[in-house]
Ligand binder design. Sequence first.
Ligand code: GLN
Length: 191
Amino acid sequence: MKIGVLAVQGDFEAHQAVLRQLGVNAIEIRTPEELEGCAGLVLPGGESTTQLQFLQEEGLQAAIEKFARDGGAIFGTCAGAILLAVEVKNPKQDSLKLLDITVLRNGYGRQVASGVVSGTSKIKKEPLEMVFIRGPIIERVGPDVAILAEYAGKPALVQKGNVMAATFHPELTDDTAVHQHFLDLASPASR
Ligand code: GLN
């Protein structure tokens, strides 16, 4: 299975490493053409403002919107979750609007601005380790959005259909459960 990782800026290489560990062909995406033939796309953490600007300049925004409409699976982590949100606050920012959530950038304030914590999830029985790096808070989820993991009473991993978003960084822990869940979404059998 071929999975694309948006490789503009941020920690895309860490995502590629996890995906390769799971036996996937993880390629770097910088142009709309490179998305062709991918079953899924990862939007990594980094700086959402910089990433959005790149997507708009390179025609990737339209290409990703089409990719999602055609059933491709998309997983946004941290800045990537901000890109997917229907509404972005603090400050207000444009986005791809592919997932019905409202996010507050840098929402966890200083205490949990960066750190490793443990939360509950629906994807495994054991506690899920979560690495937060100036992550957004998911302030609101739409009616059909499933909350797969929570931290401090806030949704931290959410999904609707083929689109999934995490406010933490699963690519920075040894636990591959979150990426495995994404690959299940992306695998043709699940569509
Ligand atoms: N604070 C960043 C933003 O608002 C996201 C941080 C991250 O991806 N680790 O874009």
